[in-house]
Design a protein around this ligand. Structure first.
Ligand code: ATP
Ligand code: FE
Length: 371
């Protein structure tokens, strides 16, 4: 069994080839970070164009590196949501073209399920049921994974995701955004004093497992104003005093942003154990899970609760094709896939895209638990 995975839901164009036994034969990611830095965010039309420009090349490179041709594949897996439809369409069109030409089954993948299940590729002992904290640019989810395709949502964000808060804070601190903001902020935070600014932890009074990062963003903005930091001046040109203030804000922000995760995870573990007393693992995945401070703090929470942390290596935490291919393999093995599309499918065919697609059902008892 050999599956090609294609991912274009946001700003990375990625493809990978993975074997049924979990062996990664190739992985290729083409990032639009440069474009994003230049124009200050994702413009769907521009992102679509960027995907279209590189998709053929990225897929070809993934096949070449795996020493395979499309003929050797068992199936093609592709992200169909959630994400920007214009972007999703580029990956889906490519996947269907390839699948149509080579008579391959096709597997539509949920991007967040892929972030979650890639943990089962790297940790073979990870069996259902388990818990997952999925933290990325657009999502902040606490999940109880009962079984493949069967998830309960214990918590989600009521406004922004933590990755968005990292990105905005990085931008306001004048960091180099030619990568995404998260890694740059993590680096700067190491120079700062995390106790210097007392940001308040979000949602202290809410006894549920939801998240909020909009208020913390506002607190950061105010701190930037009161420390006379000019975001237009890049950190590389800042005076040492100015740099020091920026590092203090970065460290203080990071401490509270992650403390919020810690508190919610603590409670979610309690909830999850009432539903599934046998859980042994907490998976932490999504772009923000590549952060070392995040990993260390959550490891502490997990140990305190007698669980084991499963955190994929950084390259598999941020968007990648491996997670899509692997999730495809999991579904394929359960007989969940679509038949090959017709080889002459028209360009105007209306694809099954799911730009808004919740992962699993909300935990109905959550409200009474929170009382
Ligand atoms: P989603 O998965 O919600 O659709 P996405 O696919 O755009 O969003 P990912 O690639 O999964 O997001 O994650 C990107 C996010 O992770 C960005 O917000 C980025 O700043 C953040 N991130 C990446 N590395 C780090 C890091 N070291 N520290 C903090 N944040 C990070
Ligand atoms: Fe993602």
């Amino acid at each position: 069994l050999v599956v090609l995975g294609i991912e274009t839901s946001c700003d990375d164009t990625a493809a990978a080839v993975v074997r049924g036994n979990g062996e990664i034969l190739s992985q290729v990611v083409s990032s639009q970070a440069d474009l994003l830095a230049k124009y200050g965010g994702v413009a769907p039309k521009m992102a679509e164009e960027a995907h279209s420009q590189v998709i053929d090349q990225v897929v070809q490179e993934a096949l070449d590196k795996a020493n395979l041709t499309a003929r050797n594949l068992s199936a093609v897996a592709v992200t169909i949501g959630p994400g920007l439809s214009l972007c999703l369409r580029v990956g889906v069109r490519k996947a269907r073209k390839l699948a149509g030409s080579f008579n391959l089954p096709i597997i539509g993948i949920h991007h967040m399920e892929a972030h979650c299940l890639v943990a089962r590729l790297i940790e073979r002992e990870l069996e259902f049921p388990f818990m997952a904290l999925l933290i990325s640019g657009g999502h902040n989810l606490l999940i109880l994974a009962h079984d493949l395709g069967h998830y309960i949502q214990l918590g989600t964000t009521i406004d922004d995701a933590i990755g968005e808060a990292y990105d905005k804070t990085a931008k306001w601190l004048g960091l180099d955004m030619s990568r995404s903001g998260g890694p740059a902020l993590e680096e700067l935070a190491q120079e700062g004093d995390a106790e210097s600014i007392k940001f308040s932890t979000p949602m202290k009074q809410h006894r549920d497992c939801n998240f909020s990062y909009a208020g913390l963003k506002t607190q950061v903005r105010l701190a930037i104003g009161s420390h006379n930091i000019n975001p237009e001046i890049p950190i590389s040109s800042a005076s040492s005093q100015d740099r020091r203030s920026r590092a203090d804000i970065a460290a203080s922000f990071q401490r509270v942003a992650v403390l919020h995760l810690e508190e919610r995870c603590d409670r979610a573990i309690e909830w999850a154990r009432k539903i599934e007393p046998s859980i042994k693992h907490l998976v932490v995945s999504g772009g923000v899970a590549s952060n070392q401070y995040v990993r260390a703090r959550l490891d502490h929470v997990v140990k305190k609760n007698n669980l084991q942390l499963v955190c994929p290596p950084p390259k598999l935490c941020t968007d990648n094709g491996v997670m899509v291919a692997w999730t495809g393999i999991e579904h394929f093995c359960m007989g969940r896939f679509d038949p090959p599309p017709p080889a002459d499918e028209h360009e105007d065919y209306v694809y099954d895209l799911r730009p808004r697609w919740p992962l699993g059902e909300e935990y109905a008892e959550g409200r009474s638990e929170a009382r």
